[in-house]
Design a protein around this ligand. Structure first.
Ligand SMILES: [Zn+2]
Ligand SMILES: [Zn+2]
Length: 362
C-alpha cells in the first residue's frame, strides 16, 4: 500500500490544504503555496500515481487473532511517511491522519485507475467557521440540553471528502395531465358550478448538469443527500494534494449499482419541472409521464463535508455541513425537561386565554 505526503517547499514539513487561505499551508514554518507553485516544483501532482492502473486491495494481515477476523477483513495497514508508525485504516479510507505524529496521510492507490476522481470542490469553509456555524445552528434549537455544546463536542468535527457521482443527463420527455377550472356563482335562489376540464400536454428536453448522488453506502449517505447541492463554479481538476489535512473516503458503489435510483430521481425531478409550467388552473392531475435519456455522462468527484458524530446519554447523533455552501443537517438531542416545561406553559396560557374568553362571553 502506497501513501503520499506533500512536503513544504521551505522546510520539508507536511503541508495541508487550508480552507481559509484557499492555499496549501505549512504549519511548521507558516508558509503557503498555490497549486501552481506546487506544480512548478513537483510537476503534475498525481502524474506518477496515475500509472498504477490496477488497484488491488487484497493485502491482508497475517495471523489474525480469533475474534478479529471481521476487523481484519475491513481494515488495512499503512506506514506513515513522517514517523514510520503503522496506521490502521478502513477499507474505504483514502486520506487520514497518523495517530502518532498527527501528520496527514494520503493513501494514494485508493484513488488511482478506475478509482481516480475526475474533479473536486476544495473546502471553502474553515474549521473555525464550521464550528461557529454549528453554534448558530444549535442556538436556534430551543430544546437542546444545556450541557450539550461543549469543547469536547467540537473536537469531534472532522473535514471529510466524500465520494459522489456527478451525473450529466440530457432527457427528452412529455407529461399528460387533466386540469380543471371551477367557477361558482349565485343567481336568485340557485347556485351554479361550472367545471371546465382541459387535457394538458407538456414536452421538451431537460439538460441536467452535475446532479450529485452519493457514491458511498452506509450510515453517512443519508446525511450527504441533505447537504446537497453544491455549486459547480468551484470545481477543480482532482489532485490528491487537496485531501492533505482532511479525511477522505473512496467510493464503494459502481454506476450500475445506483443507476436505477438516479433514473428514478431524475424522472421525478423532470415531472416536477413539466408540472410547474402548468399554471392558471384550480387543479392539475398528472395522467402520465414519460422520460427517456438521450445522453448521459457520469463523473466521480470528491465533495467537502464537515461531519460530526456524537454520543449523548447513550444515543448516537449526527451533524453534517456542506463544506462549500454551509448548508447543514443535524439530528440533535432534545431536553425532555425543557419540552415538558414548554408544554405546561402552553397549557397555562391556553387555559388563561379560555378563561378570559369565557369571562368576556358572559
Ligand atoms: Zn514549512
Ligand atoms: Zn506518523
Amino acid at each position: 500500500m502506497e501513501t503520499v505526503a506533500y512536503k513544504c517547499l521551505n522546510c520539508g514539513g507536511p503541508m495541508q490544504y487550508n480552507a481559509k487561505k484557499l492555499k496549501f499551508y505549512c504549519e511548521y514554518c507558516r508558509s503557503d503555496f498555490t497549486e501552481e507553485e506546487l506544480k512548478a516544483n513537483f510537476g503534475e501532482l498525481d502524474e506518477n500515481l496515475d500509472k498504477n492502473e490496477a488497484v488491488s486491495e487484497d493485502v491482508q494481515p497475517q495471523d489474525v487473532p480469533e475474534g478479529f477476523e471481521d476487523f481484519a477483513s475491513n481494515t488495512v495497514m499503512y506506514s506513515c511517511e513522517s514517523c514510520g508508525a503503522e496506521i490502521i485504516a478502513d477499507k474505504t479510507t483514502a486520506a487520514t491522519f497518523c495517530v502518532y505524529c498527527h501528520n496527514p496521510v494520503v493513501i494514494s492507490n485508493r484513488l488511482t485507475g478506475a478509482f481516480k476522481p475526475a474533479k473536486v470542490i476544495p473546502f471553502m469553509i474553515s474549521e473555525e467557521d464550521a464550528q461557529q456555524r454549528f453554534f448558530d445552528f444549535c442556538r436556534k434549537k430551543h430544546f437542546l440540553p444545556k450541557d450539550f455544546i461543549s469543547g469536547a463536542q467540537l473536537e469531534n468535527m472532522r473535514g471529510v471528502y466524500y465520494p459522489y457521482w456527478m451525473v450529466d443527463s440530457l432527457k427528452d420527455g412529455n407529461l399528460y395531465a387533466t386540469a380543471k377550472q371551477i367557477r361558482t356563482w349565485e343567481a336568485g335562489d340557485e347556485r351554479f358550478t361550472e367545471t371546465k376540464t382541459f387535457k394538458v400536454m407538456r414536452a421538451g428536453k431537460i439538460d441536467f448538469r452535475d446532479y450529485p448522488y452519493p457514491a458511498l453506502t452506509g450510515e453517512h449517505s443519508k446525511a450527504l443527500k441533505y447537504v446537497n447541492p453544491y455549486d459547480d463554479k468551484d470545481f477543480k481538476k482532482f489532485t490528491m494534494a487537496y485531501l492533505s489535512g482532511f479525511l477522505a473516503e473512496k467510493r464503494d458503489t459502481e454506476r450500475k449499482d445506483v443507476q436505477a435510483d438516479v433514473d428514478k430521481e431524475l424522472k421525478e425531478y423532470s415531472e416536477k419541472i413539466y408540472k410547474d409550467t402548468i399554471k392558471g388552473y384550480d387543479s392539475v392531475h398528472v395522467d402520465s409521464v414519460s422520460v427517456k435519456t438521450l445522453k448521459e455522462n457520469w463523473q466521480y468527484a470528491m465533495m467537502p463535508v464537515w461531519m460530526m458524530n456524537f454520543n449523548y446519554n447513550g444515543k448516537d447523533y449526527l451533524y453534517a455541513m456542506n463544506g462549500q455552501t454551509g448548508k447543514n443537517y443535524g439530528e440533535l438531542p432534545i431536553d425532555m425537561g425543557k419540552l415538558a416545561i414548554f408544554g405546561v406553559l402552553l397549557f397555562v396560557i391556553i387555559t388563561v386565554l379560555c378563561g378570559l374568553g369565557g369571562y368576556f362571553l358572559l
